[in-house]
Design a protein around this ligand. Sequence first.
Ligand code: APR
Length: 311
Amino acid sequence: MRNRITVIGAGHVGETVAFNCARLELGDVILLDILEGIPQGKALDSFESSPIFGFDSQVLGTNDYADTANSDVVVMTAGLARKPGMSRDDLFYKNVEIVEACIRSATAVSPDAVIIMVTNPLDAMCEVARRVSGFPRERVIGMAGILDSARMRSFIALELGVSVENTHAFVLGGHGDTMVPLARFSTVAGVPITKLMTEERVQAIIERTRKGGGEIVSLLKTGSAYYAPGLAVAEMVEAIVKNKHKILPCAAYLEGEYGMTDTFVGVPIQLGRKGMEKIVEIELTDEEKAALESSAAAVRELIAMIPATVG
Ligand code: APR
């Protein structure tokens, strides 16, 4: 039997996740949205590309959670984008409501799934999903670090004129302006970038990585990034369904690791069939530790805003 991968939200990110999971034959994909016709149309279009790509995954579009039953992985991308006149707080509460409703319905029919959260603000929405699902922390993970490190890697490759395949980047912390890109663990063919470019260029790359999401929004004007986020999710799905034990930077719920408890924050984790197999702890300098703690403090402020009725 093939794996079943549910993607909630058939917007830009959701459709990209669904298409890539199908194309990579990670399993059969069920794309769900509240809008009628949109998930069905996008799923059919994806499926009709299968003879060209040569994949045999099924792609089903639906508005009914019953069709998502017994999924191995549930990817949550549904949410609202900020509209003119809407405050950041209004958006936060609206997305809490959407995540609560979607995760409740999805986990009722897929009680053993691994949840991958994508809806922003990412780390706080992970906590909403954790409370609503009642799942252990191993099965509620957020996508952020792979995207942030992919952005950093692409900027490193551009700067040095090398293949992106030679690059590695390390980004910790919450998904936002407070993220912590670690230059000394970011390398080209194993050599730290701090030895390959000036401190000024390293800082410029770090700054561009931190503002990577905003750079795309300011160009698109009416939406946010989806190619790189969609593929980043597909990499997580692949690590899970193929039980790769792959170490990837993801948002995880800390219970003492890095000296922190009761909060989601981006850290390297090992991903396999059961979800998060372990959190990889690396030794940080005092400065890096302080940056990670202040990033986690920003996440905690948002988590504190989650209404007590959630969960
Ligand atoms: N149930 C199911 N789907 C919903 C619901 C709901 N209650 N509410 C909204 N949606 C759907 C919308 O109908 C829309 O198709 O979620 C989809 C969101 O799509 P887009 O607006 O295109 O947003 P997208 O660019 O995909 O981003 C989704 O990912 O990266 C994050 O910040 C981003 O939080 C945002 C999310």
